[in-house]
Design a protein around this ligand. Structure first.
Ligand code: GLU
Length: 514
């Protein structure tokens, strides 16, 4: 009997490598999510590396926003600039010494060369190539094989050189992609790998760091497909083992254009939090962009698709081959729907806790609400939970529960709908409610005096049966008195939460103003 000895694959190491050039892009969360799902499934590591070599576009506050929003989404990393790790530092600007020997080696081996061409010369060259519609474009290798002195005698010379890759004619252009199979990219230009400011470009730094940090799977956006042959050349020249590659589809608008921070507010990751989306809904939504719903057996054994799933479920069944490489449409209606599903699924006290920061920011509640105020919020939350779609939409519904009973602000449209019979309706309602037992009970007390069921029964008897009014006509003025609004949380439940005294003061206050 023969056995084949096979070494198990080492635990995978994946990374997300955002550039801190402004507000974090939603695509960064998308990349982080797919990288993390695979890393977690296989018990591997997930690294956050900050690629800040583009000093012209660097923005200092961008990194903190990035940590904060990814953390909010629960897409947390095992190693990174803030938490450290065995391959620190995790910021490329702090790793310049790491890149230097790699560049030297490439130059020594004849795979890279200095280039002193000025920006103006390169611009002219490009313009000429465009004008003459030359088939060969890109850098013309004027500096290749020349010493500094030789090159200095020619026009378009600049003092500090860059370093370029000497891309050979037979550069391999095909590579395997875990999602897309065999891919073929266009022939690359003599890519700059070290800029005049001494910083490496993305292309060199990404290869060196992915190698040094033991990254086994490079998962990134499809815009990097054309760069992969350059990276593979660098791996080969430097004698480094290649990682596996997966290129995720770009997120697109319904008209197929790329989601951009300039045109789409939803391209900014911070927007989702500001708009009152739950992080778990956004994670589920991002997973569905490019990944199929979970398939399971229905009650009769039939095949059922389930679109609502947790990160753990997503990660558990994760396969690269299931990713759909066709540009997923970023459909906010779908996200709104998911958000509602997740809101309804939360425990009421948990939802109240999540609403709190929004309500504080809107001035509905004080910074540190009392136990009583928070208790009331839980009760109000239970009323609005079934129909709430965004955390930010609770304010107007919650606010009336926190205003003085004799000064409920009444919206113009609510006042305008009051008919001539409003005083009589309010008088009858006041009388009916005064007849209810004074026991304000606890708001959840069944069968006690002041419950929504008793309130409703008393008001229906007085207004609908007693005065012969249609329920809508009967309860409109009461709603206005209680909430100041035409649309409010359920009326009788609201009265129960407010209690007998507050309810009566509100009804009497509106009555007195008519
Ligand atoms: N810094 C690159 C970006 O922001 C990372 C690309 C990659 O993951 O290799 O898109």
């Amino acid at each position: 009997m023969t056995t084949t000895a096979s070494t198990p694959d080492p635990a995978p190491r994946l990374r997300v490598a955002p550039s801190p050039t402004g507000d974090p892009h939603v695509g960064t969360a998308y990349m982080a999510l797919f990288n993390l799902a695979f890393a977690r499934k296989h018990g591997g590591a997930f690294v956050l590396r900050v690629e800040d070599t583009d000093r012209a576009r660097f923005r200092a506050d961008s990194e903190a926003q990035l940590f904060d929003t990814l953390d909010w989404l629960g897409l947390t990393w095992d190693e990174g600039p803030d938490v450290g790790g065995p391959y620190a530092p995790y910021r490329q600007s702090e790793r310049l010494d790491t890149y230097a020997p790699y560049v030297e080696k490439l130059i020594e081996d004849g795979h890279a060369y200095y280039c002193w061409c000025s920006a103006d010369r390169l611009k002219e060259l490009r313009a000429e190539q465009e004008k003459s519609k030359m088939s060969v474009t890109g850098y013309d290798r004027l500096c290749h094989g020349k010493t500094r002195e030789e090159r200095a005698k020619l026009p378009g010379f600049s003092e500090t050189p860059v370093v370029r890759m000497l891309v050979p004619d037979d550069v391999p252009l095909e590579f395997d992609d875990l999602i897309r199979g065999t891919l073929k990219a266009p022939r690359p230009d003599d890519q700059v790998i070290r800029k005049a400011d001494g910083f490496p470009t993305y292309h060199l730094a990404v290869v060196v760091d992915d190698h040094e940090m033991g990254i086994t799977h490079v998962v990134r956006g499809e815009e990097w497909i054309s760069s992969t042959p350059k990276h593979l050349l660098l791996y080969r020249w430097l004698g480094l083992p290649e990682p596996k590659f997966a290129h995720m589809p770009l997120l697109r608008n319904a008209n197929k254009s790329k989601i951009s921070k300039r045109k789409n507010p939803e391209a900014r990751l911070t927007w989702f939090r500001e708009e009152g989306y739950l992080p778990e809904a956004l994670v589920n939504f991002l997973a569905l962009l490019g990944y199929p719903p979970i398939i399971e057996a229905g009650e009769g054994g039939e095949r059922v698709e389930r679109e609502v799933f947790s990160f753990a479920e997503f990660s558990e069944g994760f396969e690269w081959t299931k990713v759909n490489p066709v540009g997923p449409i970023f459909d906010l209606t779908k996200l709104d729907w998911l958000n509602g599903v997740y809101i309804r699924d939360l425990e009421t006290h948990e939802l109240a806790a999540r609403l709190l920061p929004h309500l504080v920011a809107e001035g509905v509640l004080p910074q540190n609400p009392s136990l009583g105020e928070f208790g009331r919020l839980k009760a109000v939350t239970a009323l609005i939970q079934p129909r709430l779609t965004h955390l930010t939409k609770a304010g107007p519904q919650v606010a009336p529960f926190y205003v003085p009973d004799d000064a409920v602000p009444v919206d113009d449209d609510a006042r305008a709908q009051l008919k001539d019979d409003a005083p009589a309706v309010l008088d009858a309602a006041i009388e009916a409610l005064e007849g209810l037992p004074t026991d304000e009970g606890d708001i959840f007390g069944e069968g006690r005096g002041w419950t929504h069921a008793h309130i409703e029964a008393a008001l229906r008897a007085a207004l609908v049966e007693g005065m012969g009014l249609k329920p809508k006509v009967a309860f409109g003025p009461l709603r206005t008195a209680i909430s100041g609004k035409r649309v409010s949380p359920p009326l009788f439940e609201s009265m129960e939460i407010l209690g007998r005294h507050s309810t009566l003061v509100r009804l009497r206050t509106l009555r007195a103003s008519l």
